[in-house]
Each structure stands twice: as C-alpha cells, then as structure tokens.
Design a binder for this molecule. Structure first.
Ligand code: GLC
Ligand code: CA
Length: 536
C-alpha cells in the first residue's frame, strides 16, 4: 500500500517552528533541530510519518511565501538549498517524508517571468500571465474579485492593460492556457523530485485555470456567504474549477507515478463535495490526496462530523484516499474553535481520536498536539495581508511560534521579539511541561499515533458507521481478522453502549482510564470521552 495512505502528516509553518539564528523567524536549521521530537523511531516521540513545509522559496513575503519569486531556490531567511538537502536527508533517516508547498496558480510580481511579462505587450513572457484591455469605461475587464477583497485586476500603466490576480496585486496569476507555462511548472515539479522531495502540497489547485472568454461571474443565490467580503458576492462559475484543470492534474500524476513513491495533496477549496471529489479523477489518475475542507469547518458535534465523512465515503471514487484535517495556517486553530471553559481539553482529545481513527490520511498542524490556541495579535503587530484588510479573519493568530518551553521566546527563538507574539497559556501549553506527563495532551497524541501505526484496521481497514445514541458517533474499522469499534461521545452526559461480543478497551481519551478487558457487555462512556475497543 502506498505510504501516503497510512501516513500521519504534520504541517509545519516554517516561520514559526524553530529559529536557529535568533532573528525571530523560524528557519530550516531550527526545524532540523526538532526532528527527533517529531519522530525518533520510538514512542517517546510524536511519531508522525511526513512533514508538509509551508513555502520556503525566495519571496518578497507579501503573502508570507505564497508569492514566489524563484521556484528553484530557498529564501535566505530560511537557509539555503544545502539546508533543505540536509533536512530531507535527516528526515528520511528518521523515516519521515518531506513534502513542499507548490504554489502554481500565481507568482510574485517580482518573479522574473512577471517582470518580463509586464515590460511590453510584445515580450515573449507577455502571455505567461493574464492580460486584458480595460473595459470601455476604463475599468477592469470583468467583474471578478480577489479572494482577499477588491477587484481581481490591476491596471499596469507601462502597457495600459490590466493583469489578473486571484489574491493580492503582488500575486499575478499565471496563464495555464499557455503550454509554455504548463511546461515550466512541470519542470519545477521535476526539479524538486530530482532533489529528493517526496511530493507537494499544492496551493489553490481549483483556481489554476479560468474561463477562456473571462466571462463575468453571476451573483449567488441569497444566503450563501463567505467570511471575506466582496468575494462572497459572486458565484465563482468562471474564475475557478474549470474542466481543463483536470488535464493539468492528469499530467502531474503521470510525473509522480514515473518517479514512484511520491505524492501530492491538493488544496481544492470547494465546498460542493461533488466538485471536490472530481479532483481525484478516477481515483488513480489525478490528485492522490485532497483536503476535505467541509470536515475542517464543521461545527462541533457527532452528527455534523459524521455526515461529512458519510458524504466523502459515498462521493469519492473507491480508490481515492480521503484527507481529514482540523487546523491549518489558514483557519483558526480547532483548540480555539472548539474551546469551552469546562470541556475544552476533553474536546481536544476527542478531536484527536476522531482525526486519527477515521479512514483517511490525517494532517496535524504544528502545536495542536500540545493544545496551542490562537494567539492574540495587537493591531500594530498584524502581519497577514488578510488581517490588515479584514481584522476579524486575519490568519496571524494561528501562525504564532511553537511553544517548546515556558522561557521567554518559548524555546522558539532567542530574539527579544519573535515575528509574531507568543500565544496564550505558554506555562502549561508547551512541550517541556507535557513531555513527561502521561496525562498530557501531548502524551495522548503520541499514544494515539503509535497505536494507529501498529493497527491494520486503523491504517487500512474499512469504515462503517453504526447506530448509536444521539451525540455519540460509533463506527467500526475492520481489516481481515481484526475489528475495532470506535465510540466518540461528543455530548456532556455519560452514555452506555451495548457491545456484542467480548471487547477490550484499547485506548480512551480519559487519561485516568486504563486499557483492559470489559467486564460487562456495556461500554460506559464518560462525558466528552472517546474510546477504541478491540472486538472479538
Ligand atoms: C492558499 C494558502 C494561503 C495563501 C493563498 C494564496 O490558500 O494556503 O495561505 O494565502 O493560497 O496563495
Ligand atoms: Ca531565523
């Protein structure tokens, strides 16, 4: 079975994981220093199998690396190519794979391709981007808006035309209707695969190619909204999810398959599960993995999560591998979203058990294993361009430095001021405080991940939802000769569950509860408790 079907991935926001040179910003050397924490081959470490690094390419950082000015190098802020080679080697030595963030939809406006493209209408790189004449009134060529607010077009005075940017004006969109662009990005992919990376997380896959005629988007049906203004005012019929994107993905999959053992996980930010499922192709010929964002944004509750999983089980091609995730660098941390004065910590444990027992590839976000919450960012420390335009949906809070210990700088940096302030509750929410405490959240994540690693039903078994009391999500994971029952009580009242057959409690989210055979044919679940049972 392909490694990426059984792996637990861990997203590292490189700027915030480890700062080796004391400038307040995370770097590759700082990351390498923490590899043993992630996996040293023993259950004393977290035990993750693969790392996703947010962009490390040279960038003027208007969107913190998601504006690439050179696809084949490492930004000096993070180190050099040699540091990346060392990181890959050191990770591989610990049996961890490394995937990089590939940002194909747009470049930085400082990329040499765009600098050439904007120079003259006749420049050979002109058609590498999307240029159009102004509308008759001098305004933008159509009504498209940027995901980050405002028009998706900026007028460039040098040549008197507008260029398209789905995000910031500093992030011009490439033109994938030009075969030279398709070729150039495939060369970038090969460049990194030749260097030994195990694959890519692919940024905004669904936007890579737009309507050939650049038609106006229709207004949406009433009641459908997006947290970011402007963008939610339209149906995105023509500026994303075009049929031709699948040709690009099929070609990329052929490249991956030719190298072997490589993967891609797509950021397909579409909430219509049918449209999202299409990016897997037939299950073998497009994206090997693609995030389920409906699941990520689900409200707390057994019913809600169960329905997203049911949908994914029904709609994905049978060979496709679902990808579940609860937190990322683009969304408030789930420890914060699901917080509760009384049940916050129990919910974090239950969420972890859910994520790590479903049929699919789980992605963790750095710091969730110690229960990191969103940081509080004073207005004068806001960095994220989205946060500057729309403070309520800024993404700095989920990007604050990793808490290694409770010292100033949280063990992340020796600088007086890290690039973003240290998050809340660092006295308890840190690795040093939790590492030797068997009841800590970190210890629970480790136990859960190592248990999963050794479990055939969890890593490769089928999933079947069973009936259960309201608030309790009960499902079975089954592989030949082995059966597990997972029961997740999202509610705050105890529940009793009948078990048909002899059962052994393998793992509970309750740190006080020991594993062992059940003496009655009933499983008593405490409030907000999850349990894994082996059934004979
Ligand atoms: C993706 C990234 C996000 C970035 C955007 C533009 O959504 O995850 O962080 O701002 O693309 O590249
Ligand atoms: Ca640094």
């Amino acid at each position: 079975m392909e490694w990426w079907r059984t792996a637990v991935f861990y997203e590292i926001y490189v700027r915030s994981f480890g700062d080796a040179n004391g400038d307040g910003i995370g770097d590759l050397a700082g990351l390498i220093a923490h590899l043993d924490y992630l996996n040293d081959g023993t259950p004393r470490s977290l035990g993750v199998d693969a790392l996703w690094l947010t962009p490390i390419n040279p960038s003027p950082m208007f969107d913190f690396g998601y504006d690439v000015s050179d696809y084949r190098a490492v930004d000096p802020l993070f180190g050099q190519l040699a540091d990346l080679d060392r990181l890959i080697a050191e990770a591989h030595r610990r049996r961890m794979r490394v995937i990089l963030d590939l940002v194909p939809n747009h470049t930085s406006h400082r990329h040499a391709w765009f600098e050439a493209s904007r120079r003259a209408r006749t420049d050979p790189h002109r058609d590498w981007y999307v240029w159009r004449d102004p509308a008759p009134d001098g305004g933008p060529p159509n009504n498209w808006v940027s995901v980050f607010g405002g028009p998706a077009w900026t007028l460039d005075p040098t040549t008197g035309q507008y260029y398209l940017h789905s995000f910031l004006a500093e992030q011009p969109d490439l033109n994938y209707r030009n075969p030279a662009v398709v070729q150039a990005m495939e060369d970038v992919i090969r460049f990194w695969l030749d260097r030994g990376v195990d694959g890519f997380r692919v940024d905004v896959v669904h936007k890579m190619i737009k309507d050939a005629a650049l038609r106006d988007n229709p207004r949406p049906p009433a009641g459908t909204e997006h947290p970011i203004r402007d963008y939610g005012g339209f149906q995105h019929r023509h500026d994303e999810d075009q049929p031709e994107v699948h040709d690009i993905l099929r070609s990329w999959r052929r490249i991956l398959d030719a190298y072997g053992e490589r993967t891609m996980v797509g950021e397909v930010y579409l909430f219509d599960p049918h449209r999202m499922a299409a990016y897997y192709g037939n299950g073998h010929d497009e994206l090997p993995l693609s995030f389920n964002f409906s699941f990520m944004w689900s409200p707390w509750g057994a019913q809600a999560f169960r329905e997203h999983v049911a949908q994914s089980e029904t709609l994905l091609p049978s060979a496709a591998q679902p990808v579940y995730v609860l937190s990322s660098h683009d969304a408030p941390r789930h420890r914060t979203r699901f917080d509760d004065a009384q049940w916050g910590e129990a919910r974090a444990r239950l969420a972890a058990m859910m994520l790590l027992t479903l049929r699919g590839t789980p992605f963790l976000y750095y710091g969730e294993e110690i229960g990191m919450r969103d940081g509080v960012i004073p207005p004068d420390r806001v960095c994220d361009p989205v946060g500057k335009r729309f403070p309520s949906v800024g993404r700095d809070p989920e990007r604050t430095p990793m808490h290694w210990n409770a010292e100033p700088g949280a063990g992340f940096t020796s600088a007086a001021e890290p690039w973003l302030p240290i998050g809340p509750d660092v006295e308890h929410v840190n690795v040093a405080a939790q590492t030797n405490d068997p009841r800590s959240l970190l210890s629970f994540y480790r136990r859960m991940i190592w248990y999963r690693k050794g479990s055939a039903p969890l890593t490769r078994g089928a999933y079947r939802a069973l009936d259960g009391p309201a608030d309790v999500w009960v499902f079975r994971r089954e592989s030949p000769g082995e059966r597990l029952l997972v029961a997740l009580n999202f509610g705050e009242t105890p529940r009793a569950l009948p078990i048909d057959g002899a059962a052994r409690l393998e793992l509970s989210t309750d740190p006080a509860r020991a594993a062992g055979a059940l003496t009655t044919r009933t499983l008593a679940l405490g409030p907000v408790e999850g349990a894994i049972m082996a059934i004979e």
